[in-house]
Design a protein around this ligand. Structure first.
Ligand code: AMP
Length: 368
């Protein structure tokens, strides 16, 4: 599987199992050659290096021993930089060749502590075998005798490495995919949702789901869905929730994975908002912000009547516009309070310069 979910985060394969295996075989061959006849003691650092240690040992062809030590320095996705506990070095290493087996070296602080600890016990020779090294993160001078892969400063899981305790069982190494942003752009018909969505798509590379556009495409293509939708749209009414919710889920899944999605024209009712919340939760995501464009009604009518001169939309005539606004106030505007209670609502003045409105929206998105 190329993409996996571990707890609330998504990861993509960065080092496949076969590549790991091939490189570990090379490391094993090199170490066996360098320490031939030395009866090395491999000190495997728990917990992360257990898999690497097990596979590396199977590639060692000279007599050897393995022992385990345990240190803790990670909380969540960032190194705390201090080694919290070291325990378990009970073996006598005096006069022996010792190889510390570590899964990953980033700041190098843990390894430095370990080296000092083992060195103090008088080994004849002390080496480091690390599967992964993050050169950009190294804060100390370290001599890493055997390095599997140099990797960028991304958060990774799999092959023994965890994210908050999970993901160690994965056979490949995976890199974090930055969490997607899900943004609801909200407001009455004519409030500028489409215009602002286009600008946000351009700036952030997000995908844009306009349920109105989806329905108009269906109408144009003359599908059954399009025919059903037309009856409601021509009357300025909303399409039934269950139909809209299905359409939304399939449209969303077709666009993902991506950096983010802007929901424009959905949700329009509280059941739709609840369905969106549930749909995103099932996918390990959430609505990150609701951006509400506030525009007075008379300005909306004027904008839509003007738009109707060129939009070609049958529902952009004054009579239907007034019906759509009435439907908005009755069925959709209560969602503002719903999102307020969810702690997601951001009200923004939706008139004035387009660029100024956009800047206000970007400020919210940048703070997510
Ligand atoms: P819009 O382009 O967003 O103004 O949508 C045009 C019309 O499509 C609306 O007036 C509704 O009839 C229908 N529509 C779009 N999105 C939804 C939705 N989420 N729920 C119900 N009807 C919708």
């Amino acid at each position: 599987m190329d993409i996996v979910q571990v707890r609330d985060l998504r990861f993509k394969v960065s080092i496949p199992e076969a590549t790991l295996k091939a490189r570990i075989a090379e490391l094993g061959a090199q170490i066996s050659k360098d320490l031939n006849g030395e009866r090395p003691l491999f000190l495997c650092v728990l917990t992360g290096a257990f898999m690497f240690g097990a596979d590396l040992l199977r590639e060692i062809t000279t007599d050897c021993e393995i022992a385990f030590i345990r240190v803790a320095s990670y909380a969540g996705t960032a190194s705390t930089g201090d080694v919290k506990q070291i325990m378990g070095l009970t073996e006598n290493v005096e006069g022996r060749s010792v190889v510390i087996v570590e899964d990953i070296i980033d700041s190098g602080l843990t390894m430095k502590e370990l080296l000092a600890l083992v060195q103090a016990k008088g080994p004849k020779d002390l080496r480091v075998a690390a599967l992964l090294v993050k050169p950009e993160k190294l804060q100390v001078d370290l001599n890493i005798d055997y390095c599997g892969f140099e990797i960028p400063n991304d958060f990774i899981v799999g092959y023994g490495l965890d994210y908050d305790g999970e993901g160690r069982n994965l056979k490949n190494i995976y890199t974090l995919i930055p969490p997607m942003k899900n943004i609801v752009i909200f407001g009455a018909p004519g409030s500028g949702k489409g215009t602002q969505s286009d600008l946000l798509v351009e700036k952030y590379g997000f995908k844009h789901i306009s349920t109105g556009d989806v329905l108009r495409a269906e109408m144009k293509a003359g599908t059954e869905l399009g025919k059903t939708a037309k009856q409601y749209i021509d009357e300025g009414q909303l399409i039934p929730d269950d139909l809209m919710i299905d359409i939304l889920a399939s449209t969303y899944d077709a666009l993902c994975p991506c950096d983010g999605v802007i929901f424009d024209g959905f949700p329009r009712t509280i059941p739709q908002a609840e369905a969106l919340k549930e749909m995103l939760a099932k996918r390990g995501a959430q609505v990150d912000a609701m951006l509400e464009l506030q525009v007075p009604d008379e300005m909306l009518v004027e904008r839509l009547v003007n738009r109707g001169k060129t939009s070609g939309r049958a529902d952009d005539n004054e009579e239907t516009i007034r019906k759509r606004l009435a439907v908005y106030h009755a069925q959709t505007s209560p969602l503002a309070d719903w999102y307020e209670q969810e702690g997601k609502r951001n009200a923004i003045k939706g008139y004035g310069e387009i660029a100024d409105i956009n800047a206000a929206l970007c400020e919210v998105i940048d703070a997510i």
